[in-house]
Design a protein around this ligand. Structure first.
Ligand SMILES: C[S@@+](CC[C@H](N)C(=O)[O-])C[C@H]1O[C@@H](n2cnc3c(N)ncnc32)[C@H](O)[C@@H]1O
Length: 276
């Protein structure tokens, strides 16, 4: 088992390149201990003794479901409700003002499609759905859809369960908690109320691929491109911009370094871009 302690530099490079090809995530050279720990868990799960054997089976696709399990193991899924509150203030305020005014003037349909791209376990799409529920008085008769996607199946499973522990809910006020969540019988977690949850749907999607289906009025893409590099960021951003309607908005994380790789959109603020 001594070979399992840590990846060798050669093995690290092999997995680093594999992860990059599959996801666009560039694992920094200093992350050898972290990556070793994460992959070691997969070896244990598959009762394998060597990183090289595991890589061979993984890369050849010889173990059904292992690529998905590997990606689940290597992604960082940290998130919480109403992360970066200014983005949700913009969404529930100026963004909906513009949409509602457009619909009243007859220049747009009463419909809104939002994409939470790389949504992890669903806190971001549900925060958007809660924001919409709180604006229900001016969205009567609207068709509302929040699509959450991620590459990580286990995170999506939490999203579909709509049930969260306290740690995810720390930025949720007591008033919001009471209004939009139901405490589970054990009292240690809370489930999003069905009238809000039904606005959201979850799908597995890789940001390196084009997004199928109709375009969106607004896309949130936050705290994921920071893991990409100057080769994979523009690929993901092009697909995102392609998925926006003209006049649609892209909301990016302020530390994601998207600006230099964005084409075909106008910068509106540190986090906001509009497709002309
Ligand atoms: C840190 S979470 C961000 C969650 C949420 N957007 C937020 O800001 O709180 C990053 C997510 O990006 C996902 N991810 C990484 N690479 C991806 C890819 N190529 N396609 C789709 N999702 C990806 C991970 O699985 C993870 O759930």
């Amino acid at each position: 088992m001594s070979g399992l302690i840590s990846l060798t530099p050669q093995q690290f490079t092999m997995f680093q390149k594999f992860i990059y090809r599959q996801t666009g995530i560039w694992t920094q050279d200093g992350k050898i201990a972290l990556l070793s720990n994460r992959i070691r868990r997969r070896l244990r799960e598959r009762s394998l003794q060597s990183f090289d054997d595991y890589y061979g089976l993984l890369a050849a696709g010889s173990i059904p479901g292992e690529l998905e399990a590997f990606i689940d193991a290597i992604t960082t899924n940290e998130t919480h409700f109403f992360r970066m509150p200014a983005h949700f203030d913009w969404f529930a305020g100026p963004f909906l003002d513009e949409l509602v005014a457009g619909a009243s003037a007859g220049s747009r349909e009463r419909s809104l499609r939002v994409w939470s791209a790389a949504c992890s376990s669903g806190e971001e799409p549900y925060s958007l759905a809660i924001s919409l529920a709180e604006q229900a008085s001016r969205l009567g008769g609207w068709s509302l859809e929040v699509v959450g996607t991620d590459i990580c199946e286990s995170a999506l499973a939490t999203g579909r369960s709509a049930t969260y522990r306290k740690r995810s809910l720390e930025s949720v006020s007591a008033e919001r908690l009471a209004k939009h969540f139901i405490a589970t019988p054990g009292g240690d977690s809370w489930t999003v109320r069905p009238e809000v949850a039904r606005l959201c749907q979850f799908h597995r999607h890789n940001l390196l691929d084009p997004m199928p289906g109709p375009k969106f009025d607004c896309i949130f893409i936050r705290n994921v491109l920071i893991y990409f590099d100057s080769g994979s960021k523009p690929v993901a951003l092009k697909h995102l911009v392609d998925s926006l309607h003209g006049g649609g908005y892209l909301v990016v994380g302020t530390t994601d370094g998207a600006h230099d790789h964005l084409e075909g959109v106008e910068r509106r603020s540190t986090f906001l871009y509009r497709k002309p």
